[in-house]
Design a protein around this ligand. Structure first.
Ligand SMILES: Cc1cc2nc3c(=O)[nH]c(=O)nc-3n(C[C@H](O)[C@H](O)[C@H](O)COP(=O)(O)OP(=O)(O)OC[C@H]3O[C@@H](n4cnc5c(N)ncnc54)[C@H](O)[C@@H]3O)c2cc1C
Length: 437
């Protein structure tokens, strides 16, 4: 039961969304983070993320439908939402991915949603509808799906919008810098918990929630339930005429090659993401020297962690396949970006065993941004003990007694050509000149 003030560690999607839910119930909230939002450590601190409702799991499907309504209608969220649609290119031969996509669409349509989905095949099937794809080279038998009822959220902007709203609320307090940088938790004899910070100050409250994303495992012993996974992002600069041509395009998602977004309105920068390769950073587990863990090494502290040099050709191939006129643009602002992967891509949202007032919300598994408007309500329900049993079952604390780290590349629906590679084995692209980001 939420009783008295709540301390939240981490101003990412889970932390800020929980604060929103708590103030609606009249609670006092103190949120701490090393950085003021948008934190360079937040996986959501980026131009944009995909918002879609196709899920092959009813829990996330229902929650994404609920969230989409708020992305469209809630003034706090709709200003960073763009319902530009999403083109989904299905790999020709990947049983797991093909089934995953089919199930997701079926489940969505069974709910009476996704009625405007269009499915076609091959190059010519889409050139008329999408002029920016007029020179695409999609094979004649490759499936192309289009869902106009999805789009993108300007994710860094959402962090700023929600933070600004909370910062003006009389019941919310923020602490940043070393006094907000959690380095561990302290258990008192009565089982209550304090959060130890880099400055030496220990914060406490009636209820404590740790929601520090990929880095949660460096604060709390997660018993091998989460691994930090690095994903790769880069950008190209569009000219004025290219910007006008591409500004209204849908997100184009090719599960095998990568995906790109319409350009940012202000800077005319287009964000491109790699698929098929992920990174780990294996270190001794800070809580058990016998065990290994994967923990992040953030790009703002390690700017040389860009994208793998050997993936530049794949990114060029992606652009060559869909928008050849952009294939020779120089990549810049490349970066690794860390998520917290959990088995089955299920979030970890539960009470931490052995403590009286400690809760955790992490394990985003790379798909939690879209739930920003609603996930906090579920986290508060978990603390109150009123979370639906079916959901609580998947999100519950379950020590993982496996010797290896969680490797999301192994999921049957993930198209993973290169798998998960340790950061020490990656040769990173060297970027010269001043980044425009
Ligand atoms: C490349 C990429 C693409 C993605 N695409 C999508 C997408 O298309 N759709 C989608 O829905 N999701 C997407 N995601 C996932 C989404 O961004 C994450 O699921 C979401 O940001 C997770 O929220 P979080 O609150 O768990 O963690 P984060 O947003 O990472 O926030 C964690 C916060 O904790 C703070 N913190 C960390 N350590 C400490 C500490 N020791 N002390 C104090 N504070 C600390 C950080 O500063 C940060 O503010 C993507 C992620 C990446 C990296």
């Amino acid at each position: 039961m939420v009783d008295g003030p709540v301390l939240i560690v981490g101003c990412g999607v889970f932390g800020l969304s929980t604060a929103l839910a708590l103030i609606k119930q009249g609670h006092y909230v103190h949120i701490i983070d090393k950085y003021e939002p948008p934190s360079p450590w937040s996986a959501a601190n980026d131009f944009n993320k995909i918002i879609r409702c196709e899920y092959n799991d009813p829990i996330y499907l229902d929650m994404s439908i609920e969230a989409l309504k708020l992305w469209r209608n809630d003034p706090l969220f709709n200003r960073s939402y763009n319902e530009c649609g999403r083109i989904l290119i299905t790999p020709l031969r990947h049983k797991g991915r093909i089934e995953f996509e089919q199930q997701g669409i079926k489940l969505l349509q069974d709910k009476g949603e996704g009625k405007r989905f269009e499915v076609s095949r091959g190059r010519e099937s889409i050139t008329e509808k999408f002029s920016f794809l007029s020179r695409n080279t999609i094979p004649f038998d490759q499936e192309v799906k289009f869902n106009p009822e999805s789009g993108l959220g300007r994710s860094g902007q959402t962090l700023i919008d929600v933070y600004s709203f909370l910062a003006s609320h009389p019941k919310v307090r923020f602490t940043f810098g070393d006094a907000g940088y959690a380095v561990g938790v302290q258990r008192y004899t009565d089982g209550q918990v304090g959060v130890i910070t880099k400055s030496g100050f220990v914060h406490s409250a009636s209820t404590v929630l740790v929601s520090s994303g990929a880095n949660t495992g460096s604060i709390l012993d997660l018993q091998n339930q989460q691994s930090a996974t690095g994903l790769f992002v880069t950008h190209i600069q569009l000219t004025e005429s290219e910007f006008l041509k591409y500004r209204d395009i849908p997100v184009l998602f090719d599960a095998e090659m990568g995906y790109f977004f319409p350009p940012d309105e202000g800077s005319k920068i287009m964000k491109i993401c790699l698929s098929g390769i992920r990174s780990s950073r294996i270190v001794p587990d800070p809580f058990d020297s016998e065990r290994e863990a994967s923990l992040p090494r953030f790009h703002n502290e390690y700017p040389q962690d860009t994208i793998p040099e050997n993936c530049v050709s794949s990114l060029k191939a992606l652009l060559q396949k869909y928008t050849p006129e952009l294939a020779n643009h120089q990549f810049f602002g490349s970066k690794i970006c860390w998520i917290g992967d959990r088995e089955g891509s299920h979030f970890l949202i539960d009470k931490v065993p052995g403590y009286g007032n400690l809760y955790v919300a992490t394990g985003d598994s790379g798909h939690a941004y879209k739930f920003f408007p609603v996930i906090g309500n579920y986290i508060v329900q978990m603390i109150d003990g009123s979370l639906d049993d079916k959901i609580a079952f998947f999100w519950k604390w379950k020590p993982r007694n496996a010797p290896d780290i969680v490797d999301a590349s192994a999921a049957s629906w993930r198209v993973s050509k290169l798998g998960t590679i340790d950061i020490e084995k990656i040769v990173f692209l060297k970027e010269f000149g001043v980044s425009k980001l």
